[in-house]
Structure formats: structure tokens, C-alpha cells
Design a protein around this ligand. Structure first.
Ligand code: URP
Ligand code: ZN
Ligand code: ZN
Ligand code: ZN
Length: 468
């Protein structure tokens, strides 16, 4: 089976130019100058005239079915990867979980059981370490060597759930420095946050906005700086700050990068578009929809503007979603009357490609930088390049035809995620995902879904391309 994507403008991190893309079987085999591709034939031709042809999106941060706060994220690997496909994402990297007291390999096996045979697009795993001890440190080596898992997430927040203390973090970083893995950090000072949470509840301040007010930017900045210091002590262990939301944290990352340090960071669409006041502070219990950690930041400070700047300067390398959806009914409602019991997370895996494209529309990002932050850099950062994240011969046939003249209206009525609301309800965005190809199979075309559960395969990852 061969497929020719014809007449479009291929966009990659180094430029945009007209080219026809030939896919045979599961792989991209050639790019043709359109002036000379007249004699090229294929079983199926996709007309991409007037459209961008980009590598399939890679969402490097999702939590399908994550158990959290007495419930579990509402998207399964089936529903969540299908929604991702609708939005132009053809690879996710989800977080397998070891909880405190659990054997790392058991947590990983449980994640494989959830995902295997259920994914519509290709998938890989990072590993969350909820308890760093000698066994977990040995497991890190084994996962890097045998399982294709080359990144480990640690938490400076959520004491009693996922929290690691500084000694545990340092030991995990030393292990990663030695085996080539990346340490990913949830950088918020959870010990101080818990004090603020208890004080707020004691004062009777129970509404969702208190989730944000008890997790001030200073405690993200402090934890980010501490993580950077610990990584320096671990002989510059590669460090990747997840869901960065605060200007001060970004400054700390930028300062480390200016010194040539192995420090990287991602942000998420929610921090670029949504705010503490307008969403988390919505009347009554409505704000629960936007409870996530790190929290949405104040519109009266410069966070969102600084994050866009960070995306341009590469102090922020990637936009991931941190997709962790919970319905209002029966899930977010667990925290009615006590914001600290609202399960943390926002769903958005379907909208990342469109939402970051608005940066191009608004003049914040170049076309090339759009593709880099949503596809190419995630592939390089997490050991999937050049199989993923680029349109070139030899790469997987993961291709999206994107219509810059189309529009997309985001709503819970039309989205495909298993959520009873949308964090972006009513957003009208420019641009539209037209056609989605995953390993040579057309899975979205003309507003119809042609994918299937089980098409997606597990990806064993290599070490990061950015490692020095
Ligand atoms: O609120 C969030 N981010 N939920 C998902 C878990 C995490 O910390 O990434
Ligand atoms: Zn060219
Ligand atoms: Zn986190
Ligand atoms: Zn997360």
C-alpha cells in the first residue's frame, strides 16, 4: 500500500517548502519536488494543496487512566488515543506509575496491561517513581537497558502519595547520570503547600480557587531552583521540568541553560491560555474543571507572556498537554466543599496542535517553531528521533495535513475525549486538522474516523538526543 500526500507545504524545524510525500507501507520513502513528481504514482493520493504537511504530533505528557484522589483519569488508552488522533497527535508518551511501596516493574507491567491492544496511535512510557529506594534505583538501570524507558518522573509535591525528599531525588539523579536517563521533575514545594492548604481549610476557604492560592508561584520557583541545584550536584544529570507555569521557574531554567546546563522544560496549553482568575476562580464550584498542578497562574502577572517568550527562545523546549481528565460528575465533585479533594488534572490531548498553532496565527511563534515544539523536539528529547518527529525518508509514516484556512470550535459537545466538559469550551481557533496518517494508515480524513483500537504499538525509546 502506497500513499502520496500531494501539493502541500512540508513544514519541519528548519523550514517550510512545497514537497510531495510518498509513504510505502508504514514508512516515508521519499520527498519530491512537486515540479518533478508528475510521474510518481501511488495507490492513494491525498490532496494537500494550500495546506501544511507536518510530522504527526507527539504529546510527551499524558495520564490515561491515572489513579488519583480516589478516582482515575476518565480517558482510557482507547478513548484518549483516539481523541489524540482526531487532534493530529500520532504518538503519546504516557506515565507508568510505581506507587510508594510498589515494585517498579510491577507498576510498569500494570501499565502495559492497560495500554496493550487498546491504543489507536503509537505510545511509549516514562516511569513515575513514587518511592526511591535501592530496588527502585536498580529498576531504573533495568528499564533503561531492557524496556526502552529512558526517563523517570519524580515529585517534589504530593507528600504521602508520590513525594520524594531531596536525598531520594539526588540518588535517582546520580543513577540517571550514570545510565543516561532523563529525570523529569514535578517541581512544587509540596511540604510548604500542604501547610498553606491546611491553613486555608481551617479558615473555611474551600472553593476551587484556593487550590491556586495555596500553590503560589514562589513555591514552583523554589522547587525548580532546588531541582536544578540537585541535578548540578549529580554531575549535571539531565533534568526536564514538567508543566512549568511560573515566570520565576522559567527564569531559573533560563539561567541554568545560559550556563550550558543539561536543563530543559515544557509548558502546557492551559498555562498559555487559561488563568487563575477567569477559570479557576469561576463562580461556585465551576472552577474545579481547572484544578491542576502546577496551577493556573494570575492574569495580573506576566506568566503567560513569559511562557510564549520562553517557547521562542527554547528555554521552553516542548508543549505537552499533561492530559489528565476528570469529569465534573462523580470525579471533580469529590472536592465539593474541600478544594484539596478535587482530583488534579485538565484534559486537552485533542487540542494541543491547534492551540499551539494559535501562536503562529498571533505572531508569537514561527511555523517551524510550532512543528518543533509539538513534534520534533519531543522526539529528540525522549529518544524517538528520527523514527518520529520528522518528515524524511526512513521515518515512520506519521503525517498530518493541516489546513491553515480552516477553523475549529472547541466544545464538549464535539470533542472525542471522555470528559463531560471542556477546559476550552467555546474557543474558536484558526486552523484545522484535516488528515491524520499513522504509520502509513489514514486514520482521520474528511471529518471521519478510520482508525482502530490496537493499531498503536509500544515504542521502545533510546536515550535523549540532547544528552551530553
Ligand atoms: O494536575 C495534574 N498535573 N495532574 C496530573 C499529575 C501530574 O502531576 O502531572
Ligand atoms: Zn525545498
Ligand atoms: Zn506533575
Ligand atoms: Zn502530569
Amino acid at each position: 500500500m502506497s500513499l502520496l500526500v500531494k501539493g502541500g507545504t512540508v513544514v519541519g524545524p528548519t523550514g517550510a517548502h512545497p514537497a510531495d510525500v510518498l509513504i510505502e507501507g508504514e514508512k516515508i520513502v521519499a520527498l519530491f519536488d512537486p515540479e518533478h513528481s508528475g510521474s510518481v504514482t501511488a495507490d492513494e493520493v491525498i490532496d494537500a494543496a494550500g495546506k501544511y504537511v507536518i510530522p504527526g504530533g507527539i504529546d510527551a505528557h499524558t495520564h490515561m487512566e491515572l489513579p488519583f484522589g480516589g478516582t482515575a483519569a476518565s480517558d482510557t488508552f482507547d478513548t484518549g488515543t483516539r481523541a489524540a488522533a482526531w487532534g493530529g497527535t500520532t504518538t503519546i508518551i504516557d506515565f507508568a506509575v510505581q506507587r510508594t511501596g510498589e515494585v517498579v516493574q510491577d507498576g510498569l507491567a500494570a501499565w502495559h496491561t492497560k495500554a496493550e491492544g487498546n491504543c489507536h496511535i503509537d505510545y511509549a512510557f516514562h516511569m513515575i517513581l513514587g518511592g526511591v529506594d535501592n530496588d527502585a534505583l536498580k529498576a531504573m538501570d533495568q528499564l533503561v537497558a531492557d524496556e526502552g524507558i529512558t526517563s523517570f518522573k519524580l515529585f517534589m509535591a504530593y507528600p504521602g502519595v508520590f513525594y520524594s525528599d531531596d536525598g531520594q531525588i539526588l540518588r535517582a539523579m546520580q543513577t540517571a547520570r550514570a545510565n543516561g536517563a532523563m529525570v523529569m521533575m514535578h517541581a512544587e514545594n509540596g511540604i510548604a503547600i500542604d501547610v498553606l492548604v491546611q491553613q486555608a481549610l481551617a479558615r473555611g476557604e474551600t472553593d476551587p480557587i484556593n487550590h491556586g492560592l495555596t500553590r503560589p508561584p514562589a513555591l514552583e520557583t523554589e522547587a525548580t531552583s532546588r531541582a536544578i541545584a540537585l541535578a548540578e550536584v549529580a554531575e549535571d544529570c539531565p533534568l526536564y521540568i514538567v508543566h512549568l507555569s511560573a515566570s520565576g521557574a522559567l527564569e531559573a531554567v533560563a539561567a541554568a541553560r545560559d550556563k550550558g546546563r543539561n536543563v530543559f522544560a515544557e509548558t502546557c496549553p492551559q498555562y498559555l491560555y487559561l488563568t487563575l482568575e477567569d477559570q479557576l476562580g469561576a463562580p461556585g464550584f465551576e472552577g474545579a474543571k481547572w484544578v491542576c498542578s502546577t496551577p493556573l497562574r494570575s492574569k495580573h502577572e506576566s506568566h503567560a507572556r513569559d511562557l510564549w517568550k520562553g517557547l521562542r527562545s527554547n528555554d521552553l523546549a516542548i508543549v505537552s498537554t499533561d492530559h489528565c481528565p476528570f469529569c465534573m460528575k462523580d470525579q471533580k465533585e469529590l472536592g465539593r466543599g474541600d478544594f484539596s479533594k478535587i482530583p488534579n488534572g485538565i484534559g486537552g490531548v485533542e487540542h494541543r496542535v491547534d492551540l499551539v498553532y494559535q501562536g503562529v496565527v498571533d505572531g508569537q511563534l514561527s511555523l517551524e517553531r510550532w512543528v518543533e515544539t509539538i513534534a520534533t523536539t519531543p522526539a529528540r528529547m525522549f529518544g524517538l528521533y528520527p523514527r518520529k518527529g520528522v518528515i524524511q525518508p526512513g521515518a515512520d509514516g506519521d503525517v498530518v495535513v493541516y489546513d491553515p484556512n480552516g477553523t475549529t470550535r472547541i466544545s464538549a459537545e464535539t470533542h472525542h475525549m471522555n470528559m463531560d466538559h471542556s477546559a476550552y469550551e467555546g474557543f474558536e481557533v484558526r486552523g484545522h486538522v484535516d488528515t491524520v496518517i499513522s504509520r502509513g494508515a489514514v486514520i482521520v480524513a474528511d471529518g471521519n474516523y478510520h482508525g482502530r483500537k490496537g493499531h498503536g504499538r509500544y515504542l521502545r525509546r533510546g536515550l535523549s538526543s540532547y544528552l551530553v
